[in-house]
Design a protein around this ligand. Structure first.
Ligand code: ATP
Length: 136
């Protein structure tokens, strides 16, 4: 099966993921994209979500909090604000962030920065999705 190198790095942690994979499914500001080996060159911005990585018959997830993705026919480079492999995600921290963001959004007070709270909620939801945790 053909492969493409996926490299994910963050300013804080440096390299978070570096491996030959078969397919990457990401959400960009323009919608969902499936990247296969020999993909056309592309530069886009990502939104916070659980990326899906296909290797052989298996699929794993990787959290990305948004950032930039450059694609060339043999390499995908993602520079993200934050990115985490499933084992590195602290579920209790993500649940706490989820609840904080929900409480802020429910207050509907003019002091609340709605965009910021919605972005925090999206990050928390995506981290929990990577861990297979669903909030009500
Ligand atoms: P919090 O409010 O809990 O800090 P956040 O979404 O605001 O969450 P980020 O700004 O996305 O956090 O990330 C800041 C740093 O903390 C990054 O290095 C990120 O990898 C790490 N981080 C944030 N939440 C978690 C988590 N639940 N598990 C593991 N690492 C996390």
């Amino acid at each position: 099966m053909a492969t493409i190198l996926l490299e994910v790095a963050t300013p804080d942690k440096g390299e978070v993921f570096s491996k030959e994979i078969n397919m990457l499914i990401v959400r960009s500001i323009c919608g969902e994209l499936g990247i296969l080996p020999k993909h056309a060159r592309l530069l886009t911005e990502l939104i916070p979500h659980a990326m899906r990585i296909k290797e052989g018959s298996g699929e794993t997830k990787l959290f990305v909090s948004g950032g930039f993705m450059e694609v060339t026919p043999d390499k995908i480079t993602i520079l993200a604000d934050a990115a985490e492999n499933p084992d590195d995600i602290d579920v209790e921290r993500a649940k706490a962030a989820y609840q904080r963001a929900e409480e802020r959004l429910n207050k509907k007070s003019p002091e609340i920065d709605i965009d910021r709270a919605e972005a925090a909620l999206a990050r928390a939801k995506a981290r929990l999705l990577v861990k297979g945790v669903h909030m009500g």
